[in-house]
Design a protein around this ligand. Structure first.
Ligand code: ADP
Length: 433
């Protein structure tokens, strides 16, 4: 507000008070009454103005009381100063310095890389975790920090939905998990976690299951041998022993299948993170799996529709075991009706499906089917001598091939299990020749 504005600040209010005093003087004939009336009028007017001002201070979001021309000048200046302060606060909260400070305060290690995967920034937690100096590393490629093929392939594929597990240093126990998210013009924000402990526990569990399964094989072979030779050791046919021996042979057979499945599952899990890039001719693979199962189930109709001739990048043994598990399930859980195996292209990628017209599965069980040892119906699985690991194997094969497993099923009508692979896993038909 200008100085002239300040001089005229309250002139109108003073004039009103003086006019009131003069009127009172004329009315009463006493000059003292005029002074009292003027002062009283001024006190009332200033009091009213002050109360409006205090109300505004208490509620700063309200519009200021700008009614009086003179006071408007002062209040306007206060209002402008206040707004400037608020906008300063907002711009501070959005400034890069402010944002850096907030990332800096995080306990998680974070870094930002540009479209060419060069380090733009990292916080102190990342410096501490990776034992690096931000200033020295800025502008350098990320692969300098995480050497090896894993990161190179991950960045090449640009599929950041699944985090990347990596063991960057000479210490084989040190394991990190990197979670990428894109922002801006192809820049990436990466959160890095030390998952060494978690990785160790998972490895111990895998090793334990693998070792126990392996160790069980020898005693089981010995028991199986005795069960087979026992009848010949006994003098003459022994009817009382025939039934228990047959039952023991069945259970030993089941245990063998269970151990084989557990060992296979452990193996698939161990190599899950590894890249599977062999060119697999899925049509030929499906034909050989189907031929094998046709001879094991001679009275069943297994139809093969190989509509795509395109090979798939993957692991032939794993894909074969997934397909075999799906077909065996379709045969086990349907008494009659054909089992249709189909390898075809689709808009989203190649699809390997197995369809049956069997018992079907109620919707509530479908989300849990791939859990180890999950059975829809225990008695049904015991009759069919299932291990409860078949679909867990299928799921792991799907994960390691970036495929998705879809299950469509209706109780009493049948089921269709589909493995949908990403289109990027398909090579040209000529490539496998
Ligand atoms: P299992 O060895 O018991 O067959 P799986 O992991 O292969 O174990 O399957 C899990 C459960 O899913 C089975 O116990 C069965 O109840 C159900 N299931 C799997 N495939 C089918 C199918 N094609 N039709 C009906 N039920 C199925």
């Amino acid at each position: 507000m200008s100085s002239s504005g300040l001089l005229h600040l309250e002139y109108r209010r003073v004039l009103v008070a003086m006019a009131l005093g003069v009127a009172c003087w004329f009315a009463t004939g006493h000059a003292s009454n005029a002074v009292v009336a003027s002062l009283f009028a001024l006190v009332v007017l200033w009091g009213w103005q002050l109360s409006r001002l205090y109300r505004w201070f208490a509620n700063p979001e309200d519009v200021p009381p700008l009614g009086d021309a003179a006071v408007r000048g002062v209040l306007h200046d206060v209002y402008v100063l206040r707004s400037r302060g608020a906008s300063l606060d907002n711009s501070r909260s959005l400034s890069p310095v402010y944002r850096n400070e907030s990332f800096e305060s995080m306990r998680e290690a974070a870094m930002i890389i540009n479209a060419r995967n060069k380090l733009l920034w990292c916080n102190s937690a990342a410096e501490y975790l990776l034992k690096i100096n931000r200033v020295e590393e800025e502008g350098k490629p990320l692969r300098d920090l995480f050497p090896g093929k894993a990161l190179k392939n991950y960045l090449k594929e640009q599929n950041f939905q699944k985090p990347l597990r990596i063991k960057p240093g000479p210490d084989p126990e040190f394991c990190m998990q990197l979670e990428f998210s894109r922002f801006g013009a192809s820049d990436k924000l990466i959160f890095i976690k030390d998952v060494s402990e978690q990785d160790k526990v998972e490895r111990m569990r895998r090793d334990f299951v693998g070792n126990v399964s392996h160790e069980l094989r020898t005693p089981l072979t010995v028991i199986k041998g005795y069960i087979e030779t026992l009848p010949s050791l006994l003098a003459g046919p022994n009817a009382a022993l025939q039934k228990p021996l047959a039952s023991m042979a069945t259970q030993v057979g089941r245990m063998e299948v269970l151990i084989a499945d557990l060992l296979w599952l452990t193996r698939i899990e161990t190599v899950e993170g590894e890249r599977k890039d062999d060119l697999v001719n899925v049509s030929n693979l499906a034909a050989s799996v189907v031929a094998e199962l046709r001879s094991a189930w001679p009275d069943r109709d297994i139809q093969l529709l190989a509509e795509s001739g395109r090979p798939l990048r993957g692991d032939e043994r794993e894909l074969g075991s997934a397909l075999s598990n799906l077909i065996v399930n379709a045969l086990k859980y349907s008494e009659k009706g054909p089992v249709k195996v189909r390898w075809a292209d689709s808009a989203v990628g190649p699809v390997l499906s197995v369809e049956d017209k069997g018992l079907g599965i109620a919707a509530k069980h479908i989300p849990r089917l791939t859990e180890r040892f999950y059975r829809v119906d225990k008695s049904r699985s015991q009759q069919t001598s299932g291990t409860g690991l078949g679909l867990a194997i299928v799921k792991h094969v799907a994960v390691s091939h970036e495929a998705k497993l879809f299950v469509d099923s209706q109780l009493g009508k049948g089921s269709c299990f589909r493995l949908v692979f990403p289109a990027s896993r398909c090579a040209d038909a000529a490539a496998s020749d």
